[in-house]
Structure formats: structure tokens, C-alpha cells
Design a protein around this ligand. Structure first.
Ligand code: G3P
Ligand code: MG
Length: 249
């Protein structure tokens, strides 16, 4: 197994789970205030190729915008309200660029799991641009200490393949919502260091298969203590959670 695993065991999903507007800097600040030292976020591209944080392909659920986010420029996206949908206290919170989140993490010695979440049809481009941006941001870091490297993950093998072609040295993880035949071979073929599985899918056999192949085992998205207990008992390596108010790293 890789000896260079530097990541905390607890990872805050989309910043602070559901306690703040997902994938915004406000969420990262709240997750950090709860003691979290690693964060997961979803990253896609604006029409002009700027990587920014948004889970859905469309703007409607989590902003006051409408339609496909990938059809707007970053200048247009950055003027949307991504907080009011959550609660009045967060009204006016903007969408976050990958750059702003990277700076927040680097400035505060926090680790970041960047989920490459391409708008459908832009898998390779998103993998390439996100990897190049992450490599530049972490290489330019002025932290004084060696920064914790980013972990790139994706459900889309094509995005991970493109990320590897662009920046082979960046750490990659394959996301899985089920364990179809060939999952382990796919992770190994993509040069991944970890598999991030839907937490209910991990069993002793699959954990052992992954770890025997040298891969770390992570889970998403855990909200119940019993589920976390099961995953730690299985010997898994990390948990992505929405409940930053329940689990204290
Ligand atoms: O990266 C883990 C998890 O975020 C994957 O699912 O839909 O919440 O992005 P989703
Ligand atoms: Mg995600």
C-alpha cells in the first residue's frame, strides 16, 4: 500500500454537508470551524473554462440562476447568489472558484479532495483543465510548509484518464456507486491511489481486494454513527460525511 498517504480520516462533504450552502467558501469555513482538516468538493467548468464548484449540471437547485451552468462565463456565474436557497443567513454567498478554495485550503493547511464533476459531454476537457489548475495552484502555494497535495476523484474514468495525461503526478481516486465487474482493474488502470465507494457497498471482501492491490479505501457519504463504526471496523481509510456536527475528527 502507498506509504505516502497524508490525508485525514474524516472528510467534510461539499464543505460542511448540509449545514451551509454546499460547495461555497462559507461551507468550507464552517467545516473548518467544526475541526475538519479535509474537504470534498465538486468541480466543473464555466463556458470560458474556469473551474468552479457546483454539484449539479444546472444552476436551479443551489443558485438563483437557471439552466446549464456550463453555458455561462465565470464572470456571469460569479455574480449569482449561491447561498439564499439554503437559508437567509447565507444570502449573497457567491459560487466559489477552484482557485479561491485552493487558496483557502493552502492558507489553512487543509487537504482537498477535488471531485471532477464534468458537465456531461465535457469529461476529458474537465479532467485536463482541473488537473492543470490544481497542479499550478499547489505548485504556486506560498505556505512556508510543504502543502498537502490535492486528491482528484471522479466517477468518470475518462476524466481521470485526462487528468493523468495532463498531470500524472497528481493523486487520483476512482469514485464508485456500485462495484461492477472490473472496478478494481479500472482503478489500477487509471493509476489511482484510492477507491471512493458508496459506503453501503463496501464489504470485507472488496475492502481486502482494494487494499491488497495497494489502494486506499474511502467511503461517501456517511451520516450515521453505526455506518461509520462499520466502516472503521472493516479497516477502511477515510470517510466523507455530511455530519460535521456529529463526527468530530
Ligand atoms: O465525492 C464523493 C461524493 O461527493 C460523490 O457523490 O453526488 O455527492 O458528488 P456526490
Ligand atoms: Mg461530490
Amino acid at each position: 500500500m502507498s506509504e505516502s498517504w497524508l490525508f485525514p480520516r474524516w472528510i467534510a462533504h461539499r464543505g460542511a454537508g448540509k449545514l451551509a450552502p454546499e460547495n461555497t467558501l462559507a461551507a468550507f469555513r464552517l467545516g473548518a470551524a467544526h475541526g475538519y482538516r479535509m474537504f470534498e468538493c465538486d468541480v466543473k467548468l464555466s463556458a470560458d473554462g474556469v473551474p468552479f464548484l457546483l454539484h449539479d449540471a444546472t444552476l436551479d437547485r443551489t443558485t438563483n440562476g437557471h439552466g446549464l451552468a456550463a453555458e455561462l462565463s465565470w464572470d456571469e456565474l460569479s455574480r449569482l447568489d449561491a447561498g439564499r436557497w439554503h437559508s437567509p443567513a447565507y444570502a449573497g454567498e457567491p459560487l466559489a472558484s477552484l482557485e479561491s478554495v485552493a487558496h483557502f485550503c493552502l492558507d489553512n493547511a487543509l487537504a482537498l479532495n477535488i471531485e471532477i464533476k464534468p458537465t456531461p459531454g465535457s469529461e476529458s476537457l474537465t479532467g485536463t483543465v482541473v488537473a492543470n489548475a490544481a497542479a499550478r495552484l499547489w505548485a504556486d502555494a506560498q505556505t512556508g510548509a510543504i502543502p498537502i497535495p490535492p486528491l482528484l476523484s471522479s466517477f468518470q474514468p475518462e476524466a481521470l484518464e485526462a487528468a493523468r495525461a495532463a498531470q500524472a503526478h497528481l493523486l487520483r481516486a476512482l469514485l464508485l456507486d456500485n462495484f461492477q465487474i472490473g472496478w478494481l482493474e479500472t482503478a489500477l488502470r487509471l493509476g489511482c491511489v484510492a477507491v471512493v465507494g458508496k459506503h453501503t457497498q463496501w464489504e470485507a471482501v472488496s475492502v481486502q481486494q482494494a487494499q491488497s492491490a495497494g489502494l486506499r479505501v474511502l467511503s461517501y457519504t456517511v451520516i450515521e454513527a453505526l455506518d461509520a463504526d462499520r466502516l472503521w471496523a472493516l479497516g477502511t481509510d477515510g470517510i466523507i460525511t455530511d455530519r460535521v456536527d456529529l463526527f468530530f475528527p
